[in-house]
Design a binder for this molecule. Structure first.
Ligand code: MLT
Length: 410
């Protein structure tokens, strides 16, 4: 008898953004005349930077020619892209990362979801709350938890939750019980909060002292404008031994529909086997990646490389500046309506304390304003009275959405 993986039965029925899409589709069926403004899922709206388009065209022409055609590439990415990433994203900021420590992939969602496979089933996992649901769901699928506990706000027994609230500036405190695998994301999805060098250094020290590992999701790094904030965990001394970092071209350069990201696994990064022997993670991830992934397409890797050209850098900065301007507008509009907000300064998300049930506020914005947001409770119990508003839309749509919201809340 073929049996299912029983851990899948512990998952919520739908993935958060699929659930929202379903509710929005039902609303649209019932109200076909209502124009919707989507400030929910963090999906970019602006076209790709011109430098990336030119690189895509050029690479496509190469594929049309027998002399320059390429079939399978290296699973971990072409050297031209890995070199560009290591030089521009890390060494230019004083962080030591070598090209062969970079694993190019189709998305940070896949990488942050897949990475847990290389760790033991019984590692103790620390999960911030609120959090990007992929970290939770993939560990549930792997059997690291019992079924979610409705009385505990849907939390899964087995995780160590790290509360991120207004009281701690949305940067969680170190755990009070031992943990092995720690997920951190800064600038944060969903709160938009950022972590200082000192705050990250405390986590690196914790991991070094406790033989733990940090999975650092820096998908929103390009939105950092405060010059004092670290962009990479490898700017923190000692992090190479205890941290894996995830980056994405999705939000940085508008690649959500093109798909390209990468993961850095430093060669010093270690875990332990059942006999207490140190095992380097770089060859383990290499083994997993080359077995289960066949590489990002050549034209897409050329487009990603173009992000690092002089024009590419200018175009990407302009793109992000526009989204950041939206984020500032959203935050100041909600603050002027009396809501406490965080984020939106070095991140494309504004996290709003609604002082009421998150799904009720979601429904209110959908029904009365035709605006889609993301209910904070979808990211965890600490998001129960919050919504996340995304800045990924045009300035015109953001202005229109805020006007409608103002009216709806009067
Ligand atoms: C989000 O809205 O949180 C993100 O778009 C989800 C993702 O990047 O997968």
């Amino acid at each position: 008898m073929i049996r299912i993986n029983p851990h899948y039965q512990k998952l919520q029925a739908n993935y958060l953004f699929a659930d929202i899409a379903r509710r929005v589709a039902l609303f649209q069926q019932a109200h076909p005349q209502q124009s919707l403004i989507r400030l929910g899922i963090g999906d970019v709206t602006q076209p790709l930077p011109a430098a990336c388009i030119a690189a895509l065209h050029h690479a496509t022409d190469e594929m049309a020619n027998a002399a320059s055609f390429r079939g399978y590439g290296p699973e971990q990415g072409y050297d031209f892209l890995r070199q560009a990433i290591a030089a521009h994203d890390f060494r230019a900021r004083g962080a030591q990362v070598d090209a062969d420590e970079v694993f190019v992939s189709d998305g940070a969602k896949s990488d942050t979801g897949n990475i847990q496979e290389i760790f033991a089933a019984d590692v103790r996992v620390a999960i911030p709350d609120p959090v990007y649901p992929v970290y939770v769901d993939t560990n549930v699928m792997a059997g690291r938890t019992a079924a979610a506990d409705a009385d505990a706000g849907g939390r899964s027994p087995g995780f160590v939750y790290l509360d991120s609230t207004a009281a701690n500036g949305y940067v969680p405190a170190l755990p009070s019980e031992p943990v092995d695998l720690i997920y951190l994301c800064f600038p944060n999805n969903p709160t938009g909060a950022t972590a200082t060098r000192e705050q990250l250094a405390a986590w690196v020290d914790y991991a070094r002292q406790n033989r733990a590992l940090i999975l650092f999701d820096a998908a929103y790094e390009a939105f950092i404008r405060d010059p004092d904030l670290p962009h990479s965990i490898y700017e923190i001394p000692g992090a190479r031994e205890v941290a894996i970092e995830f980056r994405s071209f999705s939000k940085t350069a508008g690649f959500t529909g093109l798909r390209c990201a990468y993961t850095v696994v430093p060669k010093e990064c270690m875990a332990w086997d059942a006999d207490g022997q140190r095992v380097p993670l770089h060859p383990l991830w290499m083994r997993r990646h080359t077995t289960k992934f066949n590489g990002v397409s050549y034209p897409v890797q050329r487009a990603a490389e173009a992000v690092y050209s002089v024009e590419g850098q200018q175009q990407v900065r302009a793109l992000i500046d526009d989204y950041l301007a939206n984020a500032r507008t959203i935050r100041s509009a909600f603050e002027s309506m009396g809501f406490a907000c965080t984020g939106g300064e070095n991140a494309p998300y504004v996290w709003i304390d609604t002082q009421r049930d998150a799904w009720a506020f979601f429904d209110l914005l959908l029904n009365r304003a035709g605006v889609v947001c993301t209910p904070g409770v979808g990211f965890g119990r600490c998001g129960q009275q919050h919504v996340r508003i995304s800045a990924f839309n045009s300035a015109e749509n953001v202005a229109e959405a805020l006007q409608r919201i103002r009216q709806a809340l009067q």
